[in-house]
Design a protein around this ligand. Structure first.
Ligand code: NAD
Ligand code: ZN
Length: 247
C-alpha cells in the first residue's frame, strides 16, 4: 500500500491538471449516509423513490421530510480529513478542480475553491412554478416552503433521478475531465450517469485514473490504481508524501 501511495503522490507532483471526482463516500466519514450504503434507508424508503420529480409531485411533504432529515445531518457534519486534504492540495496548486456529485457543500467548507457541483446544493431551493431561487441557512420549518414571488412550492435545487444536470457545471466538468492528466475518483459508486463517464473521458485523453474507495466499483477495472480504504485515511497520507518532497 505504501508503495502505491508514494507512486500516486509522485504522479500528482509531476501532474499539470490533477482533478478529483467525488461522491457520497467522501462524506461518509463526516457522518452523512450514502444512498447505497447500509445507512442509506430513511424510514422504509429508498433514495431512488424519493429523489425524483414524480415523488415530489405525488407527495411533496414526504420528500421534504426526507430533505429536512438530511439537512439536519449535514448542518451538524464537519469536513473530514479527506475534504481537508483535497483543499490543501488545491492550495498547493496540485488539484485544479473538485468535481463533486455531493450536495452537502463540505468541499467549500473545507476550503476548496474550484468546486463543480454536478448535482446542485441542498441549501439552495427553487420554485417549481417560477424558478425563483433562494439559499437557506437552516432546514425550513414550514414544508414545503412557499415561493415569496408566486406562492408556488419550493424544492431543493438538486438534481433528481430522471433529471438532467446543470449545463454549465456539466460543460466545465467535461472540459476538466478531458484536460486532466490524473483523476482521483473518490467515494463514488460509478453507477450514476453522466458523472460515471467522466473518468472514461480522462482515460481516453491519456490521463491516469486513481480510485479511492472502500469497495470495488464498475470503474475499478478501468482504473490504473485502486487504493482500497477510507478516503479520510488515504488522502491525508498521499498529501503527507506530497508534502514530504515539497519541504
Ligand atoms: P455514490 O454513488 O457516490 O456511492 C458511494 C460510494 O462511496 C460507494 O462506492 C462506497 O463504496 C464508497 N464509500 C463509502 N464510504 C467510503 C469511505 N469512507 N471512503 C471511500 N469510499 C467510501 O453515492 P450514493 O450514495 O450511491 O448516491 C448517489 C447520488 O446521491 C450521488 O449524486 C451522490 O453524491 C448523492 N448523495 C450525496 C450525498 C452528499 O451530498 N453527501 C449523500 C448521499 C447521496
Ligand atoms: Zn415562484
Amino acid at each position: 500500500m505504501e508503495d502505491l501511495l508514494k507512486a500516486v503522490a509522485d504522479i500528482l507532483r509531476s501532474s499539470k491538471n490533477a482533478v478529483a471526482l467525488t461522491g457520497a463516500g467522501i462524506s461518509a466519514e463526516s457522518g452523512i449516509p450514502t444512498f447505497r450504503g447500509k445507512d442509506g434507508l430513511w424510514k422504509k424508503y429508498r433514495a431512488e423513490d424519493l429523489a425524483t420529480p414524480f415523488a415530489f409531485q405525488r407527495n411533496p411533504k414526504l420528500v421534504w421530510e426526507w430533505y429536512v432529515w438530511r439537512m439536519n445531518i449535514i448542518s451538524k457534519a464537519k469536513p473530514n480529513p479527506a475534504h481537508i486534504a483535497l483543499a490543501e492540495m488545491e492550495k498547493e496548486g496540485i488539484i485544479k478542480a473538485v468535481i463533486t456529485q455531493n450536495v452537502d457543500g463540505l468541499h467549500f467548507r473545507a476550503g476548496s475553491k474550484n468546486v463543480i457541483e454536478l448535482h446542485g446544493n441542498i441549501w439552495r431551493i427553487r420554485c417549481v412554478n417560477c424558478n425563483w431561487k433562494t439559499v437557506l441557512s437552516s432546514p425550513p420549518t414550514q414544508i414545503p416552503p412557499i415561493c415569496e414571488k408566486c406562492g408556488g412550492f419550493m424544492r431543493p435545487d438538486v438534481v433528481w433521478f430522471y433529471e438532467s444536470l446543470p449545463r454549465e457545471a456539466l460543460n466545465k466538468a467535461f472540459k476538466f475531465a478531458a484536460q486532466s492528466d490524473i483523476m482521483l475518483i473518490i467515494g463514488t459508486s460509478g453507477v450514476v450517469q453522466p458523472a460515471a463517464s467522466l473518468p472514461l473521458i480522462t482515460k481516453d485523453h491519456g490521463g491516469i485514473l486513481v480510485e479511492i474507495n472502500v469497495a470495488d466499483t464498475p470503474l475499478t477495472p478501468v482504473c490504473h490504481y485502486s487504493l482500497k480504504g477510507k478516503a479520510g485515511e488515504i488522502l491525508p497520507r498521499i498529501y503527507e508524501y506530497l508534502k514530504g518532497k515539497f519541504e
